[in-house]
Design a protein. Structure first.
Length: 316
């Protein structure tokens, strides 16, 4: 039986850029230890969760914005990460009902920006409100770990250091906005495939990474001060070489960004989205215009952005 509560809840949750991503050796469980600096950016996934009476969890997806999103690649069954989040919370909630999740995609799909994780975070927050579950944000973040390493960060947002497999978060101070130009691709990259390629490249090159990587503290200093020029020299992604191996055309995009005057460019996470850092909002607009003139699809974003947040609710 439903308790008094909203009939529908709309939540948005941010995508992220890995400003720094260091990857250790493979662990016994098959994952890699990482040390990452996450930055939530102003490109949001949005979910509307509507209570239903049939007990089922269903999913639909649409897209908005300028990004070319391959919607056919998104599963609409129980394997969808948002559906998995709703199912997990339903097991823990006394008042759960059926729910329909409509996802509005804005973050590049399989693009290294945590779009699926943002969907899961939004679904957790929406269903928590829909079912009056009463979990705190910290409790939801602990639940989120079971869904993937990036899901807790999408709940919390802002700037954070992630260790372990990325799920152990420590918030970092970063109040001055940093401005970026994103260049998405019309294809995705499999995160496991990128990690496997990194391992293969390291083996071929005789590289021996640390078992447990660490973050360069200078990165946090630059972000705390909002010094884009200092940060530009510190951007790093161990997965970038593997992403370029799998998608060599990303090299041309990185060159185009440098030619357009970006302070620096980096493949975000496992890619293939490329993020270019600008010194200001005006500079980002200039870089964006030059990349668009070169025929590239782009998106202007800034960060840090807030984590998952309820936008509206509707009471029956």
């Amino acid at each position: 039986m439903r308790t008094t509560g909203p009939r529908a809840v709309r939540v948005k949750a941010p995508g992220k850029i890995n400003v720094s991503l260091r990857v250790g050796t493979p662990r016994e469980d098959g994952y890699h230890s990482v040390a990452s600096v996450y930055l939530a950016v102003s490109l949001y996934e949005e979910i509307t969760a509507t209570a239903t009476d049939d007990g089922a969890i269903t999913v639909t997806v649409d897209g908005q914005g300028s990004l070319n999103l391959p919607m056919e690649e998104i599963p609409l069954d129980a394997s969808n990460l948002a559906a998995r989040a709703a199912a997990l919370l339903a097991e823990l909630s006394e008042n759960s009902t059926g729910v329909h999740l409509n996802i509005t995609k804005r973050v590049p799909i399989a693009g290294g920006m945590g779009g699926g994780s943002a969907d899961a975070a939004a679904a957790l927050l929406a269903c928590d409100a829909l079912w009056n579950s009463g979990f705190s944000r910290d409790e939801l973040a602990k639940i989120a770990v079971d869904l993937g390493a990036d899901v807790p960060f999408a709940l919390i947002g802002g700037t954070a250091v992630g260790v372990g497999v990325g799920e152990q978060l420590t918030p970092a101070i970063s109040k001055t906005p940093l401005h970026w130009v994103l260049v998405p691709s019309n294809f995705g990259l499999s995160t496991p495939a990128v990690y496997r390629t990194l391992d293969d490249l390291r083996l071929a090159n005789g590289d021996v990474p640390p078992e447990i990587p660490e973050i360069d503290p200078q990165i946090l200093t630059a972000m705390r001060s909002g010094d884009a020029h200092a940060l530009a020299d510190l951007l790093h992604n161990d997965l970038q070489a593997a992403a370029l191996e799998l998608a060599p055309e990303l090299k041309d995009i990185l060159h185009a960004g440098r030619d357009a005057g970006a302070l620096a460019g980096i493949v975000s996470g496992s890619g293939p989205t490329v993020a270019f850092l600008a010194e200001s909002e005006e500079h980002a607009a200039t870089v964006d215009a030059l990349l668009a003139t070169a025929g590239l699809s782009t998106e202007l974003v800034h960060g840090p952005a807030h984590g998952a947040r309820i936008v509206s609710d509707y009471f029956a």
